[in-house]
Design a protein around this ligand. Sequence first.
Ligand SMILES: Cc1cc2nc3c(=O)[nH]c(=O)nc-3n(C[C@H](O)[C@H](O)[C@H](O)COP(=O)(O)OP(=O)(O)OC[C@H]3O[C@@H](n4cnc5c(N)ncnc54)[C@H](O)[C@@H]3O)c2cc1C
Length: 382
Amino acid sequence: MTSGSDVVVVGAGPVGLALALALHQRGMAVRVLERREGLSAASRASTFHPPTLDALDELGVFAGLRAGGVQVDRILWRRVDSGESASLDLGILSGETRFPFRWHREQQFLTPALLAALPAGTVRFGAGVEALEQDEAGVTLRCADGSTHRGRFAVGCDGAAGAMRNLAGIAAETSDYAHRVLRLLTPHDLREHIPGLDGLGYLYDGEGSCSLLRMPEVWRLIFRIPPGMSDEDAMAEGHARARIARFLPALRNLPLAGRDVYGVRKAMAVAYRAGRVLLAGDAAHLTNTRGGMNMNAGIHDAMTLAAALHPVLHGAGDALLDHWAAARLATVREALLPRTDARVAADPAGEVARMAALTPDQARAWAREASMLDIAKAGAPA
Ligand SMILES: Cc1cc2nc3c(=O)[nH]c(=O)nc-3n(C[C@H](O)[C@H](O)[C@H](O)COP(=O)(O)OP(=O)(O)OC[C@H]3O[C@@H](n4cnc5c(N)ncnc54)[C@H](O)[C@@H]3O)c2cc1C
């Protein structure tokens, strides 16, 4: 038997679940299909930006999560050789958002909160989508468990390796960044050693940089590793200690609670709509993790798409979906990827001086862009 819904969402990651909840709260019948047997517990996104917090508050889930995360009010840039530093107070965004700060929490704590806010049974686990057919009235999806599901629309929120983009016949432009990333975790509070550090710091030595992110239980230390170095060599004790010593010489024996290496890719679907199938989140765009923007942008995709689908399902013309798809794609091409890449390419010799020289207006503009306040609502109906 085929189950029927207004919208079938494929993928129960942060984007699919945010979309499902936003649609449900607008009164639409939603089914979520998830290939795994449960939610992913992988350690991935750490950073939530102000417009995303506005969205999560609108969905009714942020109040319950807030105390479990870290509020970051100030960003620090610091040269470890000269001591030159710059800082930016995110409070300058007051008046534009209810939450003028970054909030650090692992994304695996968001997804259970979104799931719990949905009616029981909305998500079907163990249901990897394998085939798709669409006609003038809707989309039928067939899953590996033998079930079939029909919706008036289907949205692929199935991540970078999901099936929906290919099944919908949408091509993607992809490339790898040259570097990979070494992530070290320490329970030691780095604020005791670095003047002016709040919850996010970028340390520079003129030739490279290290990022420091405060999480609820640990700090993440993030380093780029060169192409050609194996994951094993990058994670080896000697290499990890040398990296720490380069940026935090007094802390070379810092206790470590974990370490891993991950690659970074760039991918962009060439369209976000093919008939009654739409794409959102990593299924549509993938960027470098620098700046912590990609999941945030995916949640913005979800919120704006829910706002566009609602009138369409109530009889408005589907030009609203074309507008959404074009606006979100333009946002990725013209803002998300260039912004992320500018951060990746920042000159380690000049970045601290550049940030220190910003006027108050330039600092506010930088913070708006880094927080995606200027693009979060792109694609929503007027
Ligand atoms: C180390 C790291 C750090 C990061 N830090 C940040 C950060 O600080 N800020 C930020 O904004 N972003 C960050 N990101 C990116 C962020 O993790 C992703 O953008 C985010 O997970 C995308 O969410 P999603 O729901 O689109 O996709 P996913 O989280 O990948 O979820 C997709 C879901 O679809 C399911 N699925 C796949 N195929 C199928 C199928 N055929 N049928 C049914 N279900 C399927 C998968 O099982 C999965 O549950 C980071 C990423 C990494 C790797």
